[in-house]
Design a protein around this ligand. Sequence first.
Ligand SMILES: Cc1ncc(COP(=O)(O)O)c(C=O)c1O
Ligand SMILES: [Zn+2]
Length: 410
Amino acid sequence: MCCDEYAPNRLVCTKCGKEFNLLEKRIVCDCGGLLEIRLNKSASKLSWNSFRKRKFNLWRYRDLIPLPKDTTIITMGEGGTPLISSFSISKELGLNEFFIKFEGSNPTGSFKDRGMSVAVSFANYLGVKVVACASTGNTSSSMSAYARRARIEPVIVVPKNKVAKGKLSQSILYGATTIAIEGNFDNALEVVLRASSLGLIYPLNSINPWRIEGQKTVAFEIVDELNKVPDWIALPVGNAGNISAIWKGLLELKEFGLVKKLPKLLAVQASGAAPLVNAFRKGLEVPEPINEPETIATAIRIGNPASGQRALKAVRESKGCFISVKDEEIIRAQKLLARYEGIGVEPASAAAVAGILNVLEDIVRKDESVVAIATGHALKDPDVNSSHEYSLLNALNIDEAVGLLRKLTT
Ligand SMILES: Cc1ncc(COP(=O)(O)O)c(C=O)c1O
Ligand SMILES: [Zn+2]
């Protein structure tokens, strides 16, 4: 498969506009700004039909992922996740079209696999020996898996005692060297940034522009599967890499004539960790950090989002909205999804659905089409799952158990 014709060849600083060679190992500009990959040639020959001749996973869109032609792709078939139609919730709410893009079906159970497949492929191309990331748990699981597949050493930095059990167990399984820091995600990221600037590790947080190239593909898939652009895409926002990636993907689709309109973004944060909601309301371009973010949705327990500025710009450009939801609302939405649709998601993902429920009719109209991105699988956070009430009946023997069933069904 050749992508040279559309060979993107620039890393561009999102702050000062300085350009660098695409294949440079650098992550940030000299001015401190984050770098973004720009595709520089017209991709006029691209069409949905040409994409659809390939398997349904993120590599279907290889033409828009500017890895050098001779890169060994480190893949486990990530992407190609189901877009599940909501039957019960949409009926209950009177929503015309409501879909869940279930990213929990990725190889390590979250959307992070998209970014890691691409970024680890590039790290491998560069000949990197050690990769590192700060993580609330999903990035570290994903990075560890893909790094192992590429025979690169994974080192993860996580907030001590704040990573959900399912996620921690994954990185243990992959044998990642783990630094558990007294502090939160923002402190962990500081460690990785410092280690990166000292040249000790290659960082694989979403500040790495190659992560964004992988993660933008969820936007391609949504349009590909729906065969149209939805009115809204709702998603949870923590460090804000994913929303930046999705908006970048959507803008590229428009630039290359693959879509005519763009969706509005409904960006959802937990009320105890909502620096971007505050900034959006105050009309700020740059968020003010929150020192002690707190929420049951540990994946978005972030007070100082690295890509916050990009996210604010994206949501404003899309004419969308940043909103917050309470932990109780997250838990309620998680239960609704599981018990009315059979879709099991982790709390952060349920936040996106809680957000839609909160603003239905005020911001999202019932006749609009909505896709909520369920970013991570329910098994990621078994403790929260087990905290839901359910009906438990104990039986001492077979006869008693059958007796209980008789009572229940007659
Ligand atoms: C399940 C889940 N949802 C949402 C997010 C937020 O993504 P981002 O930090 O890119 O905003 C994360 C990040 O860790 C996550 O793991
Ligand atoms: Zn710069």
